[in-house]
Write a protein that binds this ligand. Structure first.
Ligand code: HEC
Ligand code: HEC
Ligand code: HEC
Ligand code: HEC
Ligand code: HEC
Ligand code: HEC
Ligand code: HEC
Ligand code: HEC
Length: 355
């Protein structure tokens, strides 16, 4: 009996070794190789932000992007971002540019929506240690292209198909035998759409910090939903929504239909997902440039959206799992106050039923 279970274990072990050997042997091949058989996903993906997260200067120089004052494309190795909200630039040693060529003070972050420049880690020597969220096939070891400022190496810059689906060389050889990873959990997206730990929402100034949609979602009433229940992961955010709010919240949607705001085109997300998050620029005191994912609106006019905690003598700021009326209402109703908004807010889904 004992012997039998031993040999069974051995068979299992050998089998598992075989499996890992298969996944070890797979290499990253690049998104272009997927086009032939997955044209729709590929074409959608090329118009989304993911592939452009990090790009070699040779390619990025054809984009409509200006360079920090005094720099030419000969000084640049990579562009970081530049497709969505903001661009930062890496020099030929692999450091992120934080000053002028001669080391003087200079704004080196370009903000796409406003065409303005901001300081970024003014004057610091800033290595590029961002590869685990911006590249495909990342490894902590070594320096990409031999550039000392870059921490780690990658197979391809940007968030390519294989950043989500795993290395694809075996699938290319035999797509029937080797299926790529298809992980629909928000934890998978949350590997990159996170900041700090899962249980807090880091904030700064009047805003939630950017790239923490996963932290926010976990603090929201939608913590059970996968990102891809709402988003098609291949598409740009605005065009990616495959399930509207109304399809799950029929009662609130029906009640809102009668409101004057519905008639003038105010949408669910205008109130429930206001731009309470900031990546590149703030547009007003309570308006950043990225939609929040906490969904819940707190109608108490004295509610505080943020709190601070002290750690190692440093004050850290975090957001709670709701937005207040400054964000949800007053960016549009600029001549009204919190008390007005809090009182009027109760009437928006008038036919509200008790759960
Ligand atoms: C030669 C054609 C071909 C190429 C090239 C190809 N695929 Fe596929 N792929 C297929 C086919 C066919 C299926 C459907 C297989 C099935 O359902 O049996 C598939 C399925 C998939 C699936 C869904 C798997 C599932 O379980 O639902 C993903 C994801 C995928 N491919 C990703 C990729 C990626 C990423 C690349 C590029 C690295 C790629 N494919 C390149 C033919 C191809
Ligand atoms: C490997 C890291 C990584 C993973 C995994 C990842 N993302 Fe992203 N995501 C990024 C980065 C970096 C950006 C910014 C890209 C840019 O420059 O526009 C981004 C941008 C986005 C955007 C906004 C840009 C646009 O195209 O509109 C959406 C929406 C998004 N991701 C959704 C998802 C979803 C859903 C998943 C999981 C299925 C996911 N992401 C997984 C890193 C990642
Ligand atoms: C940000 C992560 C991410 C990236 C990048 C990504 N995918 Fe996907 N892909 C997913 C997820 C998650 C699903 C499952 C979606 C669902 O079921 O709603 C999926 C589904 C698929 C499927 C199954 C059919 C479908 O459309 O649901 C194919 C095929 C596929 N992806 C191919 C690709 C190819 C090819 C690329 C690059 C051109 C790519 N994916 C890039 C996350 C990603
Ligand atoms: C934990 C993963 C993660 C790390 C680490 C990270 N980022 Fe990002 N970054 C993201 C995601 C996700 C987005 C897009 C979503 C958002 O901004 O809310 C993004 C967006 C950006 C953008 C805007 C892209 C665009 O096209 O507008 C820039 C620029 C950027 N990051 C630079 C950096 C730099 C520089 C570092 C390192 C010092 C860094 N990031 C580290 C995940 C990360
Ligand atoms: C796939 C279905 C689904 C979609 C799509 C969806 N929700 Fe929800 N929503 C839920 C579930 C499930 C809950 C938690 C159960 C509950 O409280 O009703 C919830 C809860 C909420 C709550 C809190 C309810 C409360 O009682 O406090 C708000 C607010 C909300 N959703 C707004 C939205 C908005 C706005 C959208 C669109 C951006 C949206 N939801 C899209 C399923 C969904
Ligand atoms: C003009 C701003 C605004 C718009 C637009 C709006 N809501 Fe709301 N919604 C609110 C406020 C404020 C509350 C909180 C009510 C309370 O706490 O009494 C709320 C509450 C909710 C809740 C929680 C349950 C409840 O009834 O309290 C859900 C779910 C919801 N809204 C879904 C939606 C959906 C779906 C849409 C789009 C069809 C939408 N909302 C459009 C402001 C808005
Ligand atoms: C309940 C539905 C829902 C869920 C769940 C959800 N999102 Fe979203 N997300 C939206 C909607 C709606 C938008 C706004 C789209 C638009 O601009 O019209 C959005 C926008 C975004 C944006 C762009 C924000 C901006 O303003 O630039 C990013 C990035 C994003 N989502 C990532 C994620 C990630 C990552 C997850 C999972 C951790 C996730 N989302 C979960 C509904 C959802
Ligand atoms: C995207 C912009 C936008 C947001 C966000 C918004 N509103 Fe409105 N609201 C409007 C517009 C536009 C009208 C129509 C003005 C008109 O023609 O009378 C309106 C009308 C109203 C009215 C009826 C007219 C009045 O002045 O008495 C009320 C009440 C109201 N909003 C309350 C709110 C509350 C409460 C919130 C937040 C929970 C909110 N709104 C969020 C744009 C917005």
């Amino acid at each position: 009996m004992k012997k039998k279970s031993c040999s069974l274990l051995l068979v299992v072990c050998v089998f598992m070794l075989g499996l890992t050997a298969v996944s070890w042997s797979a290499d990253y091949v690049g998104s272009a190789k997927c086009f032939k058989c997955h044209k729709n996903q590929y074409n959608d993906f090329r118009t989304s932000g993911h592939p452009y997260k990090l790009q070699k200067a040779e390619i990025a120089k054809s984009w409509p992007l200006p360079l920090p004052k005094g720099y030419t494309w000969r000084d640049i190795s990579y562009v970081i971002g530049g497709a969505y909200k903001k661009a930062r630039y890496m020099n030929k040693q692999g450091y992120i540019i934080t000053a002028s060529r001669s080391g003087r003070e200079l704004k080196t972050q370009y903000n796409l929506e406003t065409g303005t420049w901001s300081f970024y880690h003014k004057g610091e020597k800033k290595p590029y240690d961002c590869g685990r969220c911006h590249t495909t096939g990342f490894s902590e070891e070594g320096h990409q292209d031999g550039l000392e400022g870059i921490k780690g190496t990658w197979a391809f810059p940007g968030v390519q198909c294989e950043a989500c689906h795993g290395p694809g060389s075996d699938h290319l050889k035999d797509y029937r035998k080797f299926k790529p990873v298809v992980d629909r959990t928000s934890a998978r997206c949350g590997k990159c759409h996170i900041r700090g730990s899962r249980d807090k929402i880091p904030a700064s100034g009047n805003f939630i910090k950017h790239h923490e949609q996963y932290n926010e979602l976990l603090a929201s009433p939608h913590k059970e939903l996968g990102c891809v229940e709402c988003h098609n992961p291949h598409k740009k955010a605005e065009f990616s929504i495959k399930k509207e709010c109304a399809s799950c919240h029929k009662k609130q949607a029906a009640a809102f239909k009668g409101h004057v705001m519905a008639q003038v085109g105010v949408k669910c997300i205008d109130c429930h997902m206001p731009r309470a998050t900031k990546s590149a620029v703030k547009k007003a005191e309570y308006e950043g440039d990225i939609r929040s994912h906490v969904f819940k609106i707190n109608l108490d006019s004295s509610a505080k959206m943020f709190y601070t905690e002290e750690k190692d003598g440093k004050k850290l700021k975090f957001a709670r799992g709701f937005v207040t009326v400054e964000y949800a209402c007053l960016n549009c109703h600029k001549n009204k106050d919190k008390e007005w908004a809090a009182a009027q807010g109760k009437t928006i889904h008038k036919t509200k039923t008790k759960k």
